[in-house]
Write a protein that binds this ligand. Structure first.
Ligand code: HEM
Length: 466
């Protein structure tokens, strides 16, 4: 084939594919597509009050019963489409070219505009590679001992006083996050980072008014202080040129990573944000569910004790290693079932970057789209008797795309292996060495923003053996 004919052929194929893509991804211009069913509520306010004046999940399930698995609404000043079918959620989360992540501007300012969550394309892919490098199994295998020592210390400090489980677990998951970010360097800066980070989080859900005295202003100041600490750690590392670091900061600072100091700081703050409250909430729910299900607790305790006994019998080194954590099928199923029942991230947000046709409906450009993870996890079509806490259901793999506690697509959680590891390690020590009893109301749920047992599950922890 002549060169010009070939170029002509390639160019026309390219345009043909573009046209084909447009045809399938955008609404046909020739006919008007309907919006999904649903109600938009009051002008501007929409249905925000209806959604937040009750458990948001009641709001969603009532709507699903009335309108089906895809419906429209209007919350927090934005028109949106909510979706509760696993296929639709997969579609939205995997079509990154049609649906981009979206957050309120004040949250972006607080976490840092360069943080991974807010981006797409090459910059996002580069960040993901750098994060994954330090939290994939190959890398976290080497920090099991360090995580274990943080877990042992965390549980010891809870004894003999009433504790708020969530707060204690937040300290644990914060310390594990710092370990994976700064390696051993973190110990020196742990308290300062903790103080700043706690001020930052108080401002996260406050009114974004940046004047002296407001929580938002304090949070922005704390953010600056964190940036200064990170800058100090980076300067020290740059002085010691010859040393190499296997932690997240090392990965971000590598020459090949091509990140500026500002990008590094934004992403460190972002990773702590993503890693801490999520894992601490799930652990809190596990403690609650184990307390309510004595036979499950018994099975987990026996599994964990058998690991200790086997190591003693074989004269193996005391303490957990990576291989031990792979011999915890029952405990792993408890984690999976807790992720499903508690669904701490009830939903996430995306925004349509152009008009999209989905199942005969129009999702207009600029509208928010909310995949409702919790409703997918609680649908009887996906999980039999969905309200029941039953870890044995995970003896069989769930139907494809019906279980997405760590999301789906290019923004799915890169930290899921680290999260599971730190939960297994803590549960090993909790069940083999402690008993506990919940104090006060055992049933309420609060959202802040993650679903959490009421008041963070106050309890007393007792050592099993003196
Ligand atoms: C049980 C604990 C955790 C749960 C349930 C969880 C859940 C999730 C979910 C659902 C997403 C996707 C959100 C979306 O698509 O909008 C996500 C993203 C993310 N998670 Fe996790 N996560 C957990 C722990 C962690 C940990 C320990 C880390 C530490 C590395 C981490 C780091 C991240 C990051 C950096 C992202 C953003 C990824 C991106 O935008 O590409 N998470 N997480």
């Amino acid at each position: 084939m002549e060169l010009t004919t070939m170029l002509y052929f390639l160019a026309s194929s390219f345009f043909f594919f573009i046209l084909l893509f447009k045809f399938f991804s955008s609404p046909k211009r020739g006919r008007e597509l309907p919006l999904p069913p649903g109600s938009m509520g009051w002008p501007y306010i929409g249905e925000t009050f209806q959604m937040y004046s009750q458990d948001p999940n009641v709001f969603f399930s009532t709507k699903i019963k009335r309108y089906g698995s895809i419906f429209k609404s209007h919350i927090l000043g934005c028109p949106c489409v909510m979706i509760s079918s696993s296929e639709a959620a997969k579609f939205v989360l995997n079509k990154a070219q049609l649906f981009k992540p979206t957050f309120p501007a004040s949250k972006e300012r607080m976490l840092g505009k360069q943080a991974i969550f807010f981006h797409q394309g090459e910059y996002h892919a580069n960040l993901r590679r750098l994060v994954l490098r330090t939290v994939m199994p190959e890398a976290i295998k080497n920090i099991v001992k360090d995580i274990e020592s943080i877990a042992v210390h965390a549980l010891q400090s809870c004894q003999g006083k009433p504790i708020t489980t969530f707060l204690e677990f937040k300290t644990y998951t914060f310390n594990v996050a710092l370990l994976s970010i700064f390696g051993k360097d973190e110990v020196k800066y742990r308290e300062d980072l903790k103080r700043c980070y706690y001020t930052l989080e108080k401002g996260y859900n406050s009114m974004p008014i940046n004047i002296p005295g407001t929580l938002f202003h304090k949070a922005m100041k704390a953010r600056k202080e964190i940036a200064e600490i990170v800058a100090r750690i980076m300067a020290t590392r740059r002085e010691k040129k010859e040393e190499s670091y296997n932690d997240l900061l090392g990965s971000f600072m590598a020459e090949k990573a091509g990140l500026t100091d500002e990008q590094i700081t934004d992403n460190i703050i972002g990773v702590i944000f993503a890693a801490r409250d999520t894992t601490a909430s799930v652990l809190t729910w596990i403690v609650k569910y184990l307390g309510e299900n004595p036979t499950v607790l018994q099975a987990v305790t026996e599994e964990q004790e058998s690991i200790v006994k086997r190591k003693e019998k074989n004269g193996e080194e005391i303490g957990l290693n990576w291989e031990d954590t792979k011999k915890m099928p029952m405990t792993s199923r408890v984690i999976q079932e807790t992720l499903r029942v508690a669904s701490i991230l009830s939903f996430t947000f995306r925004e349509a970057v152009e008009d999209v046709e989905y199942q005969g409906y129009l999702i207009p450009k600029g509208w928010k789209v909310l995949p409702l993870f919790r409703n997918i996890h609680h649908s009887p079509d996906n999980f039999k008797d969905p309200e029941k806490f039953d870890p044995s259901r995970f003896e069989v793999a769930p139907k494809p795309n019906t279980f997405m506690p760590f999301g789906n697509g290019i923004h799915a959680c890169p930290g899921n292996e680290l999260a599971k590891l730190e939960m297994l390690v803590l549960l090993h020590h909790l069940t083999t060495k402690y008993r506990w009893s919940v104090v006060g109301d055992k049933n309420g749920i609060q959202y802040g923003p993650f679903a959490l047992p009421l008041n963070g599950l106050p309890l007393n922890l007792y050592p099993k053996y003196k």
